[in-house]
Design a protein around this ligand. Sequence first.
Ligand code: NAD
Length: 452
Amino acid sequence: MPKSAPVPEDLNPHHIARNQFDEAVPFVEDLKGWKGTSQWLFEPERVVKVTLPVVMDNGEVQIFRGYRVLHNTARGPGKGGIRFYPTVDEDEVKALASWMTWKCAVADIPFGGAKGGVECDTTKLSVDEKRRITRRFVTALGETIGPYTDIPAPDMYTDAETMAWIYDTYAMLHPNAENLGVVTGKPVDLGGIPGRSTATAQGSVFVAEHLLALGAVPGLSQIDGAVVSVQGFGNAGRHASFILRDMGARVVAVSDSKGGVFSRKGLDLEAVEAHKKQTGSVVGTPGTRKIGVKGTLEVPCDILIPAALENQITLGNADKVNAKLVVEAANGPTTPGADRILAAKGIVLAPDILANAGGVVVSYFEWVQNLEHEQWEETVVRDRLRTKMYRATENVLATYRRITERFPEYQERWRKAMPGAKALRKPDMRVAAMATAVGRCKVALDRRGVWP
Ligand code: NAD
């Protein structure tokens, strides 16, 4: 087979975030004073870069690079995960931090956006090395994080244990103070909240369920009986697979960084999980057929859940996506070019800032619980999460329907406001979610005014 030509596409996440922002701005309700505000809203408030010397188990000192970006605090303190991944860099963290701002606004929780990361490969680190990196990172961040300023959480290759180390390090540096609220996603027996580990996946499922109930996905009305494919078998992907299977869906494919597995009659997820625990990968689970790392994205299905990393559905493979609904459990899995292709194919996309907001919503509950010295019940968490996710879905869908119906009006308004600007693209759900979020942040900025 001839090799297909490389597809020219800008995959820089920060550029993609800018593109998404620019596409949404024309649909923000109030454009008054927009020129200055838009720059203010897009640029990060603070970028911290740190160098971390860490003693490895073999006694050698190794240098790691860490980042923490505070994107925008118009609506509240910064909130966002910390990821440990080999390709972490400043532009990725800046993009992820801005998506957190929009996500908190879409979910209507009183936080701004932030994100952090350390460039490292946890698969090659011992637990002790990972703990030393975490402690050194928190120390280097110093006063830039705090319970009322910027509150980290888990992300790729960090988990409740990592959050416990973050809390402990911060508490050592701030003795005689209440510090539990400095980080969320902690273990439940250390100020954590029941339901946090499943929150992102559960939130994605609530969004999918509600979109179907509201008639937003042609040809698909319920999860029961739906065919599902999931990329990623970590926190978000694994839990989403189990939750959907328990609701009656048939999960036919899942994957991790080493490859994917497929079974037409539906995977035995317990067997897949046991195999991954034993061998480190889902690949090779008995009774399954092996597919490629990106194979899950091309499996014919009703619901596709990208739950791994950025830039997975691109100009190179978007035409092969064969789903009715794409639910972005991961951050930034679909490029702007791919968005257009999916829209042209009539595929509905629940964008990341809506679809994976469940994690930050329950993080917010955990933070409130810590500040109030409470311990919430799991049923309370789940009910409140459902309420938040349903409302966010309704709000985004309402925006989508409004801006779609009144598209010519918005076009005309934009032409007048920005003479010579490019013609607007017909909005999709991402544009609607972004316009909802950016509009809410602009309202907050307008109410606060520019200091001094
Ligand atoms: P995780 O570390 O638990 O799992 C990541 C998964 O992705 C693993 O199954 C891994 O094998 C797979 N993966 C890694 N590299 C891959 C590659 N090159 N190709 C295919 N698969 C690959 O991480 P997570 O917490 O589940 O996060 C996954 C995504 O969800 C990320 O985009 C993250 O930002 C997003 N997210 C997570 C949360 C949360 O609460 N954990 C919240 C919001 C968004």
